[in-house]
Design a protein around this ligand. Sequence first.
Ligand code: SF4
Length: 398
Amino acid sequence: MHMTTRRITRKIKVGSTFIGGESPVLIQTMAATKTHDFEATADSVNKLAESGAGLIRVAVDNSDDVNALAEIRKRTTANLSVDLQENFRLAERVAPYVDKIRYNPGHIHHLDPNTPWQKKVEYLVDVARKYDVALRVGVNCGSIDPTKLTLNRSGDAVSIPSNGDLTKTESIFDPLLASALEHVDFLDSIGFTRYCVSIKSSDPQTVVLVNRRFAELRPDIPLHLGVTEAGAPPMGILKSRLALEQLLAEGIGETMRVSLTVEADQKAEEIQAARLILTNVAAGNIIDPSTPLPKLDIISCPSCSRVQNGRFVELARQLVKATEFAKDYPFKIATMGCRVNGPGETDQADVGLWCGPDKVNLKDGSTPIGSFGYDEVIEKAVALLKNKIDQFNAQHKS
Ligand code: SF4
């Protein structure tokens, strides 16, 4: 048994708490209630804070949500954060009510594509300074800055793998890193240091490698750790443990979120899983990094306020059961809760499902197959998977 020596990064203030420096690792989670239902969301935020979350994210997409955020702020003293998704201009409206704002270098290009990203980040920094909030630069493998997709770690051009599969460690590593480094260099150049960085992937090994490398290059910057779309427990917990326990045991990671596909009223499970990880690391009892994962990779989003049909979580769980037979086949299945990230983040999966209000959209790679009712889509997805397995077996017949 050994005790971890934590590294000492910059310390940033987030509401009533801190990330980095000598502060303990801050546990984060996200409310998954409908944000416009501000009573329910404030209630959820307060319960999550009581369960041990030091920072709680709330989804905000439109004016109704902004108005609700003001009401939520009146009802809680918990530290709140908001993710801007593609709408960076929302920053000024949400900043008065939150303590941290996350922006994604891969999303910031979309709105006002003719405005250089540096101008948009300068605007975010002005807002952050004016309203006394911290920022998170949140890089994600499902939404990488398109200008970074063809760089290797020396900054030289490389080609995207011919199968288009950007989820494999070797091909995803450099664009993720390049994107994060570009933004931190820029933030530092304009004298803003009140930020942390996250670099997330659904592949635990990628999370370890890319965060370890970033920590080598920029040991001063606090890191927010997480495996994105880790899925439902127990697999979501296992994937998160594989990545986060290794990094934390190396002293890397100042804040963390375990993303789990669970119902809105079960989000405290994310906090319990984070505590388990911290306890294991403190005890020197971390999971064996070579613990194998099934070849069939099933990812699903953690669900949030944007889920358009509450059946999403149950659907994700059913799909795990219905595809157990295929666990030894190297395919990827992605289930997403809404149209915000659904269409894009299923592109890299062999079988993709993203949920609408009444129907679930099924995809074969990046090709849409059709929309099906919640009761019939599992059967269709399993048939698609079986087809792929037949092809795979035919190709690999000795
Ligand atoms: S895919 Fe949609 S529902 Fe799922 S976490 Fe992302 S934004 Fe929320």
